[in-house]
Design a protein. Structure first.
Length: 429
């Protein structure tokens, strides 16, 4: 092997620094944007400043080395850019006076403060979610904006999650920022009554963030645990903030019970390990206990389970079973029946078909799956042909199974998932 040249070492150092920039941005972008929004009072400006700081990092870190605390570096650079921005707009003195006034007011409030304020949200990221879920925005815009700014997803990833063109998501995000600016929406904690109005949108966003972490729509890794952990953290904050809302506890239960499987969901090389093949001894028992406790709390309100509660009940069935065969599949089918009544969707119907296959056999499930073939939401994705391939393989129709798995692999956007499907196509079973 030839010794590395200076150019080779420089290239490796450059690649390492760039990977560090990407990693810090993936994990910390939401907190950086939230901090800058609080600092500037301008949501759109905060994201622009963060993006400019990111561009600086992509230039400076390869040349100077990655700093010890990348998030602090990006935030500091962005704050300096904010000050430069105010200077350029001849508002430097005005902003300094406003900041000084805020500091003075904060000191007075601190002197008179009670030990604990039940309406306070001491978390910039959650405050950012509540801002992005303002009623002035349409439901689609709220989700798109939050996933872009809080979860750090690219517009292409969001578009795939919603099965719409990238341009549509881009327009939603731009219009959402404009609407917040025109409405002069402040970056502050809304009152309790207003929080209740936004709760459904916030829960939906937290769920989608977790879903992207649980199974990435694209990229080289099957999972994004950092996103999933952030979603669980936000769900815990929401449960403490809204303790009287059963669906908040139900969502927390669902996320905890699902995340409990994470240690067994990937192999030593990062390859996906499907549920039937997972070593259940590696599941996080503490997370399962927390999830079950949250589900019992949601049930304790006596209002019946909502969509998140029913999904949590399904996750609990898996969590308490020693293997696939001993799973209470009949209860899972019943939960999916309830979910279809509350939130009908082709994806729910497809998941129900998998459960039906474990109760009534693959032939009954295949009839359901084939009946979903005309659903527009499933036509471009890999889920339907993937499930169909599994059922065909169980029925011994190997040639058809290979064809279905090949189609699923062709549609899959995630590299790890595609590799699994290609292997199934090659094996035929």
């Amino acid at each position: 092997m030839e010794p590395a040249t200076g150019d080779d070492r420089a290239r490796r150092a450059d690649d390492s620094a760039r990977r560090a920039v990407v990693a810090v941005w993936r994990i910390e972008s939401a907190r950086i944007v939230a901090t800058l929004t609080r600092f500037t009072g301008d949501f759109a400006l905060a994201e622009d400043l963060a993006q400019e700081a990111l561009a600086d990092a992509l230039v400076q870190w390869p040349a100077q080395g990655a700093p010890r605390n990348g998030a602090a570096w990006l935030t500091a650079v962005a704050k300096r850019k904010a000050i430069d921005h105010w200077r350029r707009r001849e508002r430097y003195d005005e902003r300094l006076a406003a900041i000084a006034h805020d500091l003075e007011r904060a000191e007075h409030e601190a002197a008179d403060a009670v030990p604990w304020d039940p309406d306070a949200i001491d978390d910039d990221v959650l405050r950012l979610v509540l801002t992005a879920c303002h009623p002035v925005l349409s439901p689609q815009a709220r989700v798109a904006l939050t996933l872009r700014v809080v979860a750090g997803l690219e517009t292409a990833e969001i578009a795939r999650a919603f099965l719409v063109p990238v341009a549509t998501i881009q327009q939603r995000i731009v219009r959402a920022k404009q609407a917040l600016a025109e409405a002069r929406v402040p970056f502050e904690t809304p009152a309790r009554a207003e929080r209740a109005q936004r709760l459904g949108a916030v829960l939906g966003v937290v769920y989608l963030i977790f879903t992207e972490g649980h199974a990435a729509t694209a990229g080289d890794e099957w999972m994004r645990p950092d996103l999933a952990r952030e979603a669980v953290r936000l769900a815990r904050i929401l449960a403490a903030l809204q303790p009287e809302e059963p669906e908040v506890h139900a969502l927390l239960a669902l996320l905890a019970l699902t995340a409990a499987r994470f240690p067994a969901r990937v192999g030593p090389d990062g390859e996906p390990v499907l549920l039937a093949d997972q070593d259940r001894r590696r599941w996080d028992r503490a997370a399962i206990r927390r999830g079950r406790a949250a589900l019992r709390r949601a049930e304790g309100f006596g209002r019946g389970l909502g969509p998140y509660g029913l999904q949590a009940a399904i996750a609990e069935c898996h969590a308490v079973a020693s293997d696939v065969a001993s799973t209470d599949w009949a209860r899972i089918v019943a939960a999916y029946d309830g979910l279809l009544r509350l939130s009908p969707s082709p994806v729910v119907a497809l998941n129900r078909a998998v459960a039906v296959s474990m109760v009534e056999g693959p032939a009954a499930a295949l009839a359901i799956v084939d009946g979903l073939a005309g659903e527009r939401a499933l036509q471009a994705g890999h889920l339907l042909p993937s499930v169909r391939g599994e059922l065909l393989a169980r029925l011994g129709r190997d040639a058809e199974a290979r064809e279905a798995f090949a189609l699923a692999a062709d549609r899959a956007q995630n590299a790890r998932e595609r590799a699994v499907l290609l292997a199934r196509a090659a094996a035929g079973r």
